[in-house]
Design a protein around this ligand. Structure first.
Ligand code: ADP
Length: 446
């Protein structure tokens, strides 16, 4: 009401009073003419402002400096406020959309929004790499046209379910995907894909591992079980046969014990973090123990030498390093026929420390080398068993190498011999200033 009086009634009363005054002063004719003139001016001003408003509504822009008077200032003020509010809302929506798009792009899971006819409306980069699609080219394309596996088409047609679909080799890739469709509006569904390639590989490794362990344990258990059965149900054995049978049973039991011990070692190494280094371990002390161990194993059948080219110490776990280097020495003795030569060397290369065991043994065909550190992988299963191997030695060495920022390098030539090098990061090597720079210990155990 106040505004009506101020902006509508006020000006009208003013015009009326002015016209009445002019009419009283100069005659009623002047009064009427001035009233008509004033009213025409008011009408012209309103028309002009209406035109301005119309122009603004059409073009959605108005000079920001425009300041109309009277009622119109209210109308334009309100419109300005509405426009500002709409701009702010739009800005917020733009930011929210950007955030959503960034989050969608960063998601490791693939997300594809599809319409009721399975046509792609939007997808994130993970979905592009999972499903081999490109949003720019494939927007509007039917997903079932792009992914032709019949089970996928059937899954999209079926009512939504909690059970995901496992898809392999989608559009020629070697990925395994878990796909699930989530309906979220009448118009759209969302297809979510997860890369389960690594999970499947891990599961395969686990299954192989269980199968391998069972297989390794079954043979000695069958041998022992068979002997026990014979002894229980057959004729009593003479003393010599009994001795032979018991000694076979003992060696099979020892084999199982070795297997279980190595499995426990491996599992401990795999589940533990790298141990904090002991005090620096002098290479010379390690070398001494390794030579002694090699000599004991070889029983004088091999020529065994050791060289230390740099008087260093290693920052690491003494027991782990002895176990890793010891495995390499044991293998060299086991896979080198009698009369062969085994050389243990410590040297520095580009600051790194390299412990290597070189043998003149049976060697390894090239195609087996990349797989030697897999659990239970053997080039010749029968020979490994004969020599008391479990197939876990190099897997243990690899784990210890990982604990010591080290790498295991293998070079070999069938019939000529092999070199296994344990290369340790420079940060773990400490040089012993006081010790002589070159040591050589030649142990001819033949
Ligand atoms: P194993 O207990 O069978 O020796 P490892 O993991 O120590 O298991 O070694 C895996 C395989 O690598 C062995 O079975 C053998 O075939 C091969 N191998 C390891 N060291 C040598 C070597 N010095 N010379 C020849 N072959 C080797």
């Amino acid at each position: 009401m106040k505004q009506f009086i101020k902006y509508a009634l006020g000006p009208l009363l003013l015009v009326l009073s002015l016209s009445t005054l002019l009419g009283l002063a100069f005659g009623w004719m002047w009064g009427i003419m001035s009233f008509a003139l004033f009213m025409t001016m008011v009408a012209a001003r309103d028309s002009w402002q209406l035109l301005t408003l119309n122009r603004w509504l059409q073009r959605h822009q108005m000079s920001s400096g425009y300041q109309p008077g009277g009622t119109w200032s209210q109308v334009f003020g309100q419109l300005h406020r509405l426009e500002k509010h709409a701009e702010q809302t739009q800005q917020k929506l733009r930011e929210a959309l950007e955030r959503f798009q960034h989050a969608g792009a960063a998601l490791p899971s693939g997300v594809v929004v599809i319409d009721p006819d399975d046509r792609i409306r939007w997808c994130n980069p993970s979905a592009e790499s999972h499903l081999g699609i490109q949003l720019k080219q494939d927007r509007g394309q039917s997903l079932t046209y792009l992914i032709r596996q019949p089970e996928f088409g059937a899954y999209l047609k079926a009512p939504p379910s909690d059970r995901p679909l496992i898809l392999r080799r989608v559009r020629g890739s070697d990925l395994s995907l878990s796909i699930q469709v989530v309906p979220y509006s009448a118009e759209e569904r969302m297809l979510v894909s997860h890369d389960i390639t690594q999970v499947e590989r891990d599961e395969q490794v686990r299954q192989d591992f269980v199968a391998n362990v069972s297989h390794e344990l079954r043979t000695p258990l069958t041998v022992i079980g068979g002997f026990i059965e014979t002894m229980l149900e057959g004729e009593p054995l003479d003393q010599a046969t009994q001795r032979r049978v018991l000694s076979t049973m003992q060696s099979q039991t020892q084999r199982m014990q070795r297997l279980v011990e190595e499995l426990l070692t491996l599992s401990r190494l795999e589940s533990q973090q790298a141990p904090t280094p002991d005090a620096p371990i002098p290479v010379s002390a390690l070398m001494q123990q390794l030579v002694q161990m090699g000599r004991q194993l070889s029983q004088g059948q091999h020529e065994l030498e050791s060289f230390i080219a740099s008087p260093d110490s290693i920052l690491g776990s003494e027991s782990e390093l002895l176990s890793a280097f010891g495995n390499l020495v044991t293998n060299a003795v086991r896979y080198t026929p009698a009369g062969g030569r085994i050389v243990l060397t410590w040297k520095r290369e580009r600051g790194e420390g390299v412990f290597s065991v070189q043998d003149s043994g049976i060697g390894i065909p090239q195609e087996h080398i990349p797989r030697l550190t897999e659990r239970f992988y053997r080039v010749d299963r029968a020979r490994s068993r004969e020599t008391g191997g479990t197939g876990l030695g190099l897997a243990i060495v690899k784990q210890i190498a990982m604990h010591h920022d080290s790498k295991l390098e293998i070079s070999s030539e069938p019939g000529k011999g092999s070199t296994f090098s344990f290369r340790i990061a420079a940060a773990r090597i400490v040089q012993n200033i006081s010790a002589p720079s070159v040591e050589s210990d030649q142990n001819n155990t033949r």
